[in-house]
Design a protein around this ligand. Sequence first.
Ligand code: SF4
Ligand code: SF4
Length: 326
Amino acid sequence: MTAQPLAMERDGPVADPLDAPVRRSSRPPYDDLQPTVEWQVNGICNYDCTYCIQSRKTRTGMPDQERVEAIVAAFAALPGVWEIKMSGGEPFAFHGLMKWVIPGLVEQTRHHISILTNFSAPPTVLERFCKLVGPRLRITSASVHLEYADMTAFLDKARAYRDWRAEHCPGSSFVINSVLVPGTVSRQLQIKAAVEDAGFRYFPQLMKIKGGVFPYDARETRLIETLTGGSHDPTKVNRAPSYQGLRCEAGAWYFTVDQRGEAYMCRTGKRLAVEDDEAYLGNLVDGTFRLRTQGGLCPYPICPCTVPVNRGIVRTGSRSQVNDGA
Ligand code: SF4
Ligand code: SF4
């Protein structure tokens, strides 16, 4: 994969990012590819789930206003229309989300906005979020964590959120994620039924451990097959598969950014960045960020999140790839 400076235009057209001609003429290499950034806006989270894949050490910190503005300005200079998918920690636990992040993305960029949340924000905040983000909202991925959340209250809030989205964010979609926590997989059958009975989409996620998927015992493996109908479709279940050796446009049309502005070609690339400096794309705040001119063959044994494959970043075949997957 070849690195080349992106026309960041920090001293010029950033002042009017929607008019920069370089972005109009830039096109992804495939019609079904949605350019996407996964932005870990902040580290802090208001929950402390026992099964959280993020260590307590990394679940800390948040950017100041200046840093948020610099990251948003860098997003504004990306070529074409991207999807900015925000996560944390918990993005709604960061006071700057509604003050700086959303207004900045809406006013300074032309991009779609998606969010991954534990859905613990108060209803008033979620309603204000819908008003602020408006028709730019694409996907809300709400994760239900029953160590903290009550299923009935969670679904009541999801119904209210559906009404606010219908009013302010037409065309947006909503999915409820649930981690298949080892030892509790049987409970997922009730969770799936409750979610689907309420008219929402249920998205199970196999539990990841460092470098792989948790080795479920035979009984829970059978339950997972029942729950998923045996599907390996990444729009229906996250099994954190391997795409090693397949063509992938990560680094060119997909990347991840952390709360400091550090950018990596993908999540696994970030985890292995010490050994694989090729995965590091620079920093969006200090001006060292560079997109690659094109992707390459996936070098990694696990692709832990379904975002790249469901946006057509990973070239797995001919099936429709840009969809409402989590
Ligand atoms: S809500 Fe998500 S980020 Fe927060 S502790 Fe739970 S799993 Fe981790
Ligand atoms: S397939 Fe997944 S793990 Fe491999 S390079 Fe692409 S995004 Fe990274």
